[in-house]
Ligand binder design. Structure first.
Ligand code: PEP
Ligand code: MN
Length: 337
C-alpha cells in the first residue's frame, strides 16, 4: 500500500505519518517526488495503514497490486538515478555505453579493450574476474589478479568498472575494487547473495535470470532493496525460449515493461542476448531505440582466441563503428551517449 500525501504536506506532517506507521509495526519508505510525496508501506499487514487515510495530510491510500514494493513505480513515481563511479549516471538522459571482454584474460587483452571503450565514448568497462561457466572444465577467470587488472585499466583510461560476484566471499573482494557489482543470470535467485548485496554500498547490475519472469526479476531487485541498497540497475540479457538460432531470445519488450512497472534503470546486453557477434549491432541499436538506459557488450581484441564467449564478442573496430551508430540512435530519441 502507498499513502499519497497532499501536495502541501510539510516535513512535520510527513514525519507524523512515518511515526504512526511505525507505531503500527509497519515500515515507511518516503519518496519525495517532483509532483508529490508518496509514503510506501512495508510489512506483513499493510492493511493496518488504511486507517491513516483519515489524516488531513493524506490524500489517498492506494493498494499496491504487485508483490514487489520498493522496486515498484507506485512506491517511487520518479525515475531512480543510479550513480556509478564519479561520472556515470544511469536513468537520466545519458545512455550508458558499457563494454569489455567477457573475461579478463591478460593485461594486454584488457588494456586494448579498455582503450577501445574510451575511444568509442564508453564510460564503463566490463570484464569478469570470477566467471560462472556452464562447464567446470572451462576457464574460470583470473580471480583476484583479474580485479587488479581492472583497477589498473580504470586508472589508465578513466573508466568505471563493473565485474561479477558469484558468491558472498567473492562479493567482498569485488565490492572493494569495482564501481558496480554484477550479479549474473545464474545467480538472480541466489537469495543469500542478493541479501548480501543489500548490505553493501555499491550499485548492483542485476541480470535477468535465464528463465525468469519480469516479476521474479523485480522480486530479486526487491531482495537487494529491502536490505537497504536501492542502487539497482536491471539488465535484460535474453531468456531461454524454444528458439535455437540465437543463444537466448533478447526480450526487448522488457525495456518498456520494466519502465512501466518500476523506477529502476534498465540496460540491454545484446551479446548474451543473441550469442553471435553478427546480431549484436542490430539488437544494440534496437535496445537504444527501445529506450534502454544503457547497453553492455562483449568486445575482444581477437575474438577467435577469446577464452570465453568469443563467438558473441565484437572485434574492436566493429565495436567502435557500432558506438558511433548508437550515438546517432540516442540522439534521434533525445538522449545522448
Ligand atoms: C557475463 O556477463 O559474462 C555473463 C556471464 O552474463 P550472464 O550472467 O548474463 O550469462
Ligand atoms: Mn560472457
Amino acid at each position: 500500500m502507498i499513502l499519497i500525501l497532499r501536495t502541501d504536506a510539510g516535513e512535520e506532517e510527513i514525519a507524523e505519518v512515518v511515526r504512526r506507521l511505525e507505531a503500527e509495526g509497519l515500515r515507511a519508505h518516503v519518496s519525495r517526488g517532483v509532483e508529490r510525496t508518496v509514503v510506501g508501506v512495508l510489512g506483513h499487514d499493510t492493511e493496518r495503514a488504511y486507517a491513516l487515510a483519515a489524516l488531513p495530510q493524506v490524500e489517498q491510500a492506494v493498494p499496491v497490486k504487485h508483490p514487489y514494493k520498493l522496486a515498484s513505480r507506485e512506491f517511487h513515481p520518479d525515475d531512480t538515478l543510479v550513480r556509478v563511479g564519479e561520472h556515470v549516471v544511469f536513468g537520466g538522459q545519458q545512455v550508458v555505453l558499457m563494454a569489455g571482454p567477457c573475461a579478463v584474460e591478460s593485461e594486454e587483452q584488457l588494456m586494448a579493450a579498455a582503450e577501445s571503450v574510451a575511444r568509442a565514448g564508453g564510460t564503463v568497462l566490463r570484464g569478469g574476474a570470477f566467471k560462472p561457466r556452464t562447464s567446470p572444465y572451462s576457464f574460470q577467470g583470473l580471480g583476484l589478479k583479474g580485479l587488479e587488472l581492472l583497477d589498473q585499466a580504470r586508472r589508465r583510461y578513466g573508466l568505471a568498472i563493473v565485474t561479477e560476484a558469484m558468491d558472498e566471499e567473492g562479493l567482498r573482494a569485488v565490492a572493494e575494487v569495482a564501481d558496480m557489482v554484477q550479479i549474473g543470470a545464474r545467480n538472480m535467485q541466489n537469495f543469500s547473495l542478493l541479501r548480501a548485496c543489500g548490505r553493501i554500498d555499491k550499485p548492483i547490475l542485476l541480470k535477468r535470470g535465464l528463465s525468469a519472469t519480469i516479476e521474479e526479476w523485480l522480486l530479486a531487485a526487491e531482495y537487494i532493496m529491502a536490505g537497504g541498497n536501492h542502487q539497482v540497475v536491471l539488465c535484460e540479457r535474453g531468456i531461454r525460449t524454444y528458439e535455437t538460432k540465437t543463444r537466448n531470445t533478447l526480450d526487448l519488450s522488457a525495456v518498456p515493461v520494466i519502465q512501466h512497472l518500476s523506477h529502476l534503470p534498465i540496460v540491454v546486453d545484446p551479446s548474451h542476448g543473441t550469442g553471435s557477434w553478427q546480431y549484436v549491432g542490430p539488437m544494440a541499436r534496437a535496445g537504444v531505440a527501445a529506450g534502454a538506459d544503457g547497453v553492455i557488450m562483449e568486445i575482444h581484441p581477437n575474438p577467435s582466441e577469446a577464452l570465453s564467449d568469443g563467438p558473441q564478442s565484437l572485434n574492436l573496430p566493429t565495436f567502435e563503428r557500432l558506438a558511433a551508430e548508437l550515438k546517432a540512435v540516442a540522439q534521434a530519441i533525445g538522449r545522448y551517449i
